[in-house]
Write a protein that binds this ligand. Structure first.
Ligand SMILES: C[S@@+](CC[C@H](N)C(=O)[O-])C[C@H]1O[C@@H](n2cnc3c(N)ncnc32)[C@H](O)[C@@H]1O
Length: 363
């Protein structure tokens, strides 16, 4: 990776967006090409499907609800940015309807994708058959898209680039190109003097492609992010949201250890919502993960069985069970991932009401 970057920098500086594209997705040395498994307790960060099997169980219930309401139409269940494929495999294992088929899509396939009888693994969404109905799932896909680091300097919007000084990578500031100026102007957002903002133009473009692809179905997006007024709030997010993850630690040193740490930024959910609406989709739900999971019935999972109904045969088993229960609860407790991760559900050509996650009983 060091050689790759040095070679590229010989020809000129790189925008941070392009640096990130290389650092994460270089086919040979990029973070997602080389890591055996970046997600998990022994990896760099933990995602909801890896944290607890209760997550896949809950999404499985949603998929079952969708398939039941499809009344025999062919349903393709797709997980985009599926990583090691754990979520889509677990869902496929729970649903045995003959008219349901399962796909895992990831641009960096080839790591952990063994053959699986019921799941087909592909590199891009357009390889998935378009007939019938679709449930398009993604978890932390959009926050893994390469983004630009922008900064307001007086009248001008600047973009951070990456150069080399004395053998080490360093930041360089340049005037931002038109599309980024346009991004904020079009949304009526004014950044404060000195404020940072991390933006990917691909959030909107990619989601538009997904919503266009679906003729009839549901798009369920789990990600870290906010609606735009909150995401670009001049005080709450003065320094943007860019972060690097390695060994379960978060750092702001985005240029360190290129190819060996994950890079991410919170996404603008308003971009996704509007892109979907332009393609004829309607928002069925947008909120935190916790109420969504409670709505689809996560509490039916055995890990939520009341303590007095449990029996364990030895202390070791008891400890493991307590830990697993704690992890499952983190998905729905107010101070955990259940509060931070957000869920956008949009529908196209399907019922707009009566879905379990829209239940008004949920706090
Ligand atoms: C943060 S990981 C999340 C993995 C998994 N969904 C999970 O929750 O554990 C992001 C994944 O999205 C994939 N990805 C990024 N951009 C993509 C794209 N344009 N199309 C398909 N997959 C993509 C990456 O290769 C990576 O596996």
């Amino acid at each position: 990776m060091q050689d790759v970057l040095r070679n590229l920098l010989q020809y000129g500086e790189l925008s941070f967006r392009d640096f990130m594209e290389v650092a994460l997705y270089h086919p040979q040395f990029g973070y997602y090409a080389t890591r055996e498994n970046p997600v998990g307790r022994s990896g760099d960060y933990v995602t909801a499907p890896v944290l607890s099997p209760a997550f896949s169980f809950a999404i499985g219930r949603l998929v079952r609800e969708f398939v039941r309401r499809a009344e025999g139409a062919m349903c393709s269940i797709v997980d985009i940015g599926c990583g090691d494929g754990g979520l889509i495999r677990a869902i496929a294992a729970e649903i045995d309807a003959p008219h349901a088929r399962f796909f895992g899509v990831d641009r960096a396939l080839g790591r952990v994708h063994d053959e699986h009888a019921r799941v087909t693994f592909l590199n891009t969404l357009d390889q998935v058959p378009r007939d019938g109905m679709h449930v398009i799932l993604s978890n932390e896909l959009f926050d893994a898209f390469p983004f630009a680091r922008l900064m307001q300097r007086g009248e001008h919007l600047h973009e951070l680039w990456v150069g080399e000084r004395g053998g080490t990578l360093d930041w360089v500031e340049r005037e931002a190109p038109g599309p980024y100026e346009h991004y904020f102007a079009e949304r009526g957002i004014e950044l404060a003097e000195g404020q940072f903002a991390d933006v990917s133009l691909e959030w909107e473009a990619y989601y538009a492609d997904v919503a266009h692809f679906v003729r009839q179905g549901m798009i369920v997006t789990f990600d870290y992010g906010f609606p735009q007024q909150k995401l670009f709030h001049p005080r709450a997010r003065r320094f943007g949201t860019a972060a690097a993850y390695a060994g379960q630690r978060v750092s702001r040193d985005l240029l360190a250890n290129a190819g060996e740490q994950d890079l991410t930024a919170h996404i603008n959910f308003t971009d996704l919502e509007r892109a979907g609406e332009r393609e004829g989709a309607t928002t069925l739900f947008f909120d935190r993960l916790a109420p969504f999971l409670l709505g689809v019935g996560i509490a039916e999972h055995p890990l939520f069985t009341p303590v007095h109904e449990l029996s364990v045969s030895n202390a070791e088993q008891g400890m493991a069970l307590m830990e697993a229960r704690e992890d499952a609860r983190r998905l729905v407790l107010p101070d955990g991932i259940g509060e931070e991760l957000r869920v956008l559900v949009q529908g196209k050509g399907i019922a707009m009401e009566g879905w379990s996650f829209q239940s008004p009983l949920i706090p």
